[in-house]
Design a protein around this ligand. Structure first.
Ligand code: FES
Ligand code: FES
Length: 166
C-alpha cells in the first residue's frame, strides 16, 4: 500500500506516493528524476547518495521516504546557483578531483557542508572530515587538493566582500 507524503525538494513542495520500504534515493532518482544523487553501496557506507536533509548531510539510500513527511531535501541539482558550490565545482575541475565521477555528487555535497561550517582547514582535517565519502578511482589526492583549493578561494572571496562592506 502506498502512502502520500509531502517534501520540499530543492525549494519546491512535492507530493509523492511511496511504498513502506522505498528509500529517499529511489524516490529522488526514479520518481523525481533527480539523478545527481548516485547509488553505490546502498548500505550507508560509501556516501555517493549524500544529500541535505533538513540542512544536514544524510545518506539517501538508508533514509526511508515514508518517515520524511514534511522534511526539506536538497540535492546537487538544487545547489546549481550556489556560489560556494560553483567554487567547489571549478576546483574539482582544475585540480583533477574526479575520474569516473560516480562519487562526485556526494563529495561535492559533503565538502560544501564542510566549507560552510569550518574555515582554515588543512589537508589532514579535510581527509578526516571527508572520510565518510569513498572514491574508487582517484586515490583521494586530487579530491583533497580540490577541497583545499576551494576552501582557500572561498576564504579570499569572503575576505574581499567583508572589505567592500566595511
Ligand atoms: S549508496 Fe548510500 S551510502 Fe552508499
Ligand atoms: S571518481 Fe570514480 S569513484 Fe570517485
Amino acid at each position: 500500500m502506498k502512502t502520500e507524503i509531502t517534501l520540499t525538494i530543492n525549494g519546491k513542495q512535492r507530493k509523492a506516493l511511496v511504498e513502506p520500504r522505498q528509500s529517499l534515493a529511489d524516490l529522488l532518482r526514479e520518481d523525481m528524476r533527480l539523478t545527481a544523487t548516485h547509488l553505490g553501496c546502498e548500505h550507508g557506507v560509501c556516501g555517493a547518495c549524500t544529500i541535505l536533509l533538513n540542512g544536514e548531510p544524510a545518506r539517501a539510500c538508508i533514509a526511508l521516504a515514508i518517515t520524511l513527511d514534511g522534511s526539506e531535501v536538497r540535492t546537487l541539482e538544487g545547489l546549481q546557483d550556489d556560489p560556494l558550490m560553483g567554487v567547489l565545482k571549478q576546483s574539482f575541475h582544475e585540480e583533477h578531483g574526479l575520474q569516473c565521477g560516480f562519487c562526485t555528487p556526494g563529495m561535492l555535497i559533503s565538502s560544501h557542508d564542510l566549507l560552510q561550517r569550518k574555515k582554515g582547514l588543512d589537508e589532514e582535517q579535510i581527509r578526516v572530515a571527508m572520510s565518510g565519502n569513498l572514491c574508487r578511482c582517484t586515490g583521494y589526492q586530487g579530491i583533497v587538493r580540490s577541497i583545499k583549493a576551494a576552501a582557500d578561494k572561498w576564504a579570499e572571496k569572503m575576505t574581499a566582500s567583508e572589505e567592500v562592506a566595511s
